[in-house]
Design a protein. Structure first.
Length: 478
């Protein structure tokens, strides 16, 4: 789920971004995927104080806690199941006007603008393709919605009841404008107007390009736009309860990609144990996460590198790291391969057919350490079939993909990555005495928007339930 900030207005549904990814990187990501965040719903525990229509009259603007994005199905043709991709953003500005029409509530002048370049999912490669080849945000950086007015609000709204409203208007996305009618639910919640809704649209209607992935990846031509918005009356201070309903119930986590399987399960368990809390996790390589930690609004981070954690602590970016587990490397081969049986087998493999992470990433450093430890001399010359701009990097998950598509004979990758890939590849175990120990640790962020939430999630990861999820994913719990 994405860092916390302002929740976006209904049209933010710039969400029509079709998840376009490099086939190779996507294939591995896909096998590790899980459903994204739940669909939006009005918040639990809403508070209400009766108001008159005259009290509501005035201009209302989007405020903290608002969020919107997309939901779309994607599927690898050779797999029997689909994956649900979800992307969200908080970069939305907008306002509406509430008027008192002889005791009835009327809304008009609804105008929203969304920075679609800020929409993020749990996969950086998908996000990059959405922005560069799908929405083309360099050319079309914003999406706008202007409602046809006025809009009559059903009776009961001033009494705290949830009301349903169909809002007609114009949605402009990717430089194309269409008439739409978006169904919404709305209610007053602790002095704010809270709105949720969703809308299905066809990408072709907005001239969003269909990317050529042959028969490998099937993407639903329709996407669902969804949103959960809070509007505050201009000049009115937010109450403590409204702030709690919004941003402080969100826990933002940055985690190294190989933790995807374990943390996805931990996220579900944590939210089940803490009703009303929304955990938003971004998975990426350790270098990127270390850069984002100081600027991306995260509450807690999880990395596979003690040295990077030390650097972040010395820079006062994070608090003292806490170990959560360790893992090792595994040889990745095709399911039918019988020639690779040990690390020493690498000496008989064409060096251009050996895949090893780039040395700038921890996985590359651990791979080099393992080869040196076992006196294996190889000079890997493998170059991914996609440029760095296409795939993001040659770290972690990306190093399983070359074997899947036959570009390499064997790769070195993390045990959790290979477990998550399932039958797509085969892992050849490396004995502990010949392997390296890869440490995972977590730390809360010094300037975390929700420090208590970050600390609570970290504690849950270290609990017996969290440790069990790590073990199941191929990580030896600390």
């Amino acid at each position: 789920m994405s860092p916390t900030v302002r929740r976006r207005t209904w049209i933010v549904l710039a969400a029509i971004l079709i998840p376009v990814l490099a086939i190779g990187g996507f294939a591995v990501w896909f096998t590790q995927r899980d459903s994204g965040p739940d669909e939006f719903a009005l918040a639990d525990g809403a508070t209400f104080t009766a108001v008159s229509t005259s009290d509501l009259a005035g201009t209302w603007s989007t405020t903290d806690g608002s969020e919107a994005g997309y939901r779309i199905d994607e599927k690898l043709q050779w797999l029997s199941f689909e994956s649900e991709a979800v992307g969200r953003t908080t970069e939305v500005t907008g306002e509406l006007t509430v008027a008192d029409n002889s005791g009835a509530v009327v809304i008009s002048d609804v105008s929203i603008e969304v920075d679609v370049s800020k929409i993020e999912s749990t996969d950086a490669r998908r996000d990059r393709y959405m922005k560069t080849l799908g929405l083309q945000t360099d050319t079309y950086p914003t999406a706008t919605f202007t409602a046809d007015g006025p809009i009559d609000v059903p009776d009961g709204a001033t009494e705290g009841e949830t009301v349903e409203i169909d809002v007609p208007g114009e949605l402009t996305l990717h430089g194309t404008t269409n008439d739409v009618t978006i169904p919404m639910q709305a209610r007053l919640n602790d002095g704010q107007i809270e709105v949720v809704g969703s809308y299905e649209l066809t990408m072709a209607d907005y001239e969003i390009p269909e990317l050529p992935f042959g028969n490998a990846i099937a993407v639903d031509p329709q996407g669902t736009l969804e949103f959960h918005l809070y509007f505050a009356k201009d000049g009115a201070a937010l109450s403590t309860a409204a702030q709690t309903t919004g941003s402080t119930k969100v826990v933002v986590v940055l985690a190294e990609t190989s933790l995807t399987g374990a943390f996805t399960e931990i996220e579900k368990a944590y939210e089940a144990a803490n009703p009303g809390v929304d955990v938003q996790i971004r998975f990426d390589n350790a270098e990127t996460i270390s850069q984002l930690a100081a600027t991306d609004g995260a509450d807690v981070i999880a990395l596979d590198s003690d040295s990077l954690m030390d650097e972040l602590q010395q820079a006062d970016t994070i608090e003292t790291p806490e170990a959560i587990g360790t893992t090792g490397l595994v040889l990745v081969v095709s399911p039918t391969d019988t020639t690779i049986t040990s690390v020493s087998s690498l000496n008989s493999v064409d060096p251009t057919k050996i895949g090893i992470c780039d040395a700038q990433y921890p996985c590359g450093q651990y791979s080099t350490e393992l080869l040196t430890k076992n006196a294996v001399t190889v000079t890997p010359a493998y170059t991914p079939p996609f440029t760095e701009a296409d795939t993001g990097n040659t770290s972690g998950l990306q190093m399983i993909t070359p074997v899947v598509y036959g570009f390499t004979t064997v790769d070195l990758a993390y045990i959790p990555d290979v477990k998550a890939a399932g039958s797509v590849v085969k892992g050849v175990t490396i004995p502990d005495a010949q392997n390296v120990k890869i440490p995972y640790s977590m730390a809360t962020v010094v300037k975390a928007p929700n420090p208590s939430g970050g600390a609570s999630f970290l504690a849950f990861v270290r609990s017996s339930e969290g440790q069990a999820a790590l073990t199941a994913a191929g990580i030896t719990a600390s």
